[in-house]
Each structure stands twice: as structure tokens, then as C-alpha cells.
Design a protein around this ligand. Structure first.
Ligand SMILES: [Zn+2]
Ligand SMILES: [Zn+2]
Length: 281
């Protein structure tokens, strides 16, 4: 089964970074996020439980070693998660997936609509360098969009909304940025892991990505293909009234800033999130 697994054929190191790179923080006692270059991964689980935890998303291409060292720092040497949950399969969220699955020999879970992109069957639509969105959009044609192949290691998330290895959490289908995009929510303390359904740093400003200036904004533009669905997904997440949110890009946000940001994003989605021009409008 192992040799079935393969990175996408356009998988490569992408030379981008941010001032938050190589840092992380506890958002709850059992939830830690870490910024790998410009994307966040989450480690869910009590640090005392060496093998009882779950990894959410797997960072940028070529980052497996960095992720393993972050993990071992938090959970101890040779610790491994019970599972990997993917919010979606874009290159910056599956970057170390093949190496990590080989290293730990653990299952991966994603939404069934995302599986074609994770089993080598279908590439994502090409990123749109012509989309309104500044320099990052312009260089996005350089980003990998071919499918990763996790072979028999990747499975559909349970249909009942539960999340393997994450008691008290449920997954929420938040399509638009990608067809099988999901977010994770814990009712008890209203903690949200949003993936790229919305993010807290503007992806169309290289400067803001670098300094990670926070504001609630729509999903990264160059990869988003269904803007109406993306809008519905933001409404769905805003209705949960999250207390704190970790997004795929940018630093976590909480309280009033998050509530106001989400309310405004829902209200002004057409003018602030949806680009004025681009291939997928
Ligand atoms: Zn994405
Ligand atoms: Zn992303």
C-alpha cells in the first residue's frame, strides 16, 4: 500500500515566509497551532497523552522534518498521532502528508468530495493568476495544483459528523474554496478550526502575509472556484458564533474582533471577498 502513495508531480518547495513562521501557541490546553512558512497546522490533544492526539493539516511541501520536530517537542520523542485530518487538499495543507503517513503509518481523513484530489484522480483547477488580488495571485501559477496520492491511507470522514480521535468535535462541510473543504468545531468552548473557509490575513498582499497583519477575510482568491458556496460557508461558520478561530493562514482570532470580523465578512462578502475579475467569477 505504501508505494501507492505519491506527492503531486508538481510538488515543490515554495520560497515564501512570514514573520510568524516557526512559531506557535496554545489556543486551548489541548489545542496548539504552529505556523509553517505561511500556513498553520494544528496539534489537538493533551500534551501528556503521547499517542492520543491528532494532527490537522500537514503544512507546506518539504516540511515533514520540521513538523515531526514540532510534534516531538510537544508530545515527546517518537510520539505519533492517531490520525491526520485534512481541511482540504491544496498543496499548502498536504505538503508533508506522504512523508508523515510513511513515518507514522496512520490513517488520514478528509471529506469524500476531496478524495479525488487526494488519491491522484483529479487535479485542482489551475490557480488563477489573472484574479484580482495583487502580487500573490500573480505568482500563484507557480503553485502546485496536481493531485496528491495518499492511496489507501486516506478515508472519508464519518457521515455522522464526528471526527476520528477528536471527541466533542464535529466536522462541518464548508465548500467553495474547494469542493470538499471542511472546518472543525467544538461546541463546548466554541473553538473553530476554519481551514481556508475564511482566513485572518489578506492573501492578496505579500506585505500583509509577511507581517501577518490580522483581519477577517474571505478565502484565498487564486484557488477559490465557487464564490457563492464560499459565501454560504462563511455564513454557516458565523452562525456558530465561534469564540476563537484558528484559520489556515494568519494568526488565531477571538472574541469581539472575531465576531465583528465575521459579521462584516458575511455582510460585505460580495464587495470584500469576491474578486472583481478573474477566471472563476
Ligand atoms: Zn486552500
Ligand atoms: Zn491554504
Amino acid at each position: 500500500m505504501e508505494n501507492e502513495m505519491k506527492y503531486s508531480k508538481d510538488n515543490k518547495f515554495i520560497p515564501v515566509t512570514s514573520l510568524s513562521a516557526h512559531t506557535g501557541e496554545e489556543v486551548a490546553m489541548d489545542l496548539f497551532y504552529y505556523t509553517n512558512q505561511v500556513v498553520n497546522i494544528c496539534l489537538y490533544g493533551n500534551p501528556e497523552q503521547k499517542d492520543g492526539w491528532v494532527l490537522i493539516d500537514t503544512g507546506m511541501p518539504k516540511s515533514a522534518e520540521e513538523i515531526v520536530s514540532v510534534v516531538e517537542e510537544r508530545f515527546g520523542p517518537d510520539s505519533r498521532p492517531k490520525a491526520i485530518i485534512l481541511t482540504h487538499g491544496h498543496f499548502d495543507h498536504v505538503g508533508a502528508s506522504v512523508d508523515l503517513v510513511r513515518h507514522w503509518d496512520i490513517p488520514v481523513y478528509a471529506h469524500e468530495l476531496e478524495l479525488p484530489f487526494l488519491t491522484g484522480k483529479s487535479p485542482y483547477p489551475e490557480p488563477d493568476p489573472s484574479v484580482e488580488g495583487g502580487l500573490v495571485a500573480k505568482v500563484s501559477s507557480y503553485f502546485p495544483n496536481e493531485a496528491t496520492n495518499l492511496g489507501g491511507h486516506v478515508h472519508s470522514l464519518p457521515a455522522d459528523g464526528s471526527v476520528p480521535g477528536m471527541n466533542g468535535w464535529r466536522w462541518i462541510h464548508t465548500p467553495g474554496h474547494s469542493p470538499g473543504h471542511i472546518s472543525l468545531f467544538r461546541e463546548e468552548d466554541r473553538t473553530l478550526i476554519a481551514g481556508d473557509a475564511f482566513v485572518t490575513v489578506r492573501q492578496d498582499s505579500l506585505y500583509k502575509v509577511l507581517v501577518q497583519k490580522t483581519e477577517v477575510c474571505g478565502p484565498p482568491r487564486y484557488f477559490t472556484t465557487d464564490w457563492q458556496a464560499a459565501w454560504e460557508s462563511v455564513k454557516k461558520l458565523a452562525a456558530l458564533k465561534p469564540r476563537v478561530a484558528i484559520t489556515g493562514h494568519g494568526t488565531p482570532m477571538e472574541g469581539e474582533e472575531l465576531a465583528t470580523g465575521l459579521t462584516n465578512l458575511v455582510q460585505d462578502f460580495e464587495s470584500v471577498a469576491i474578486p472583481d475579475y478573474g477566471r472563476y467569477i
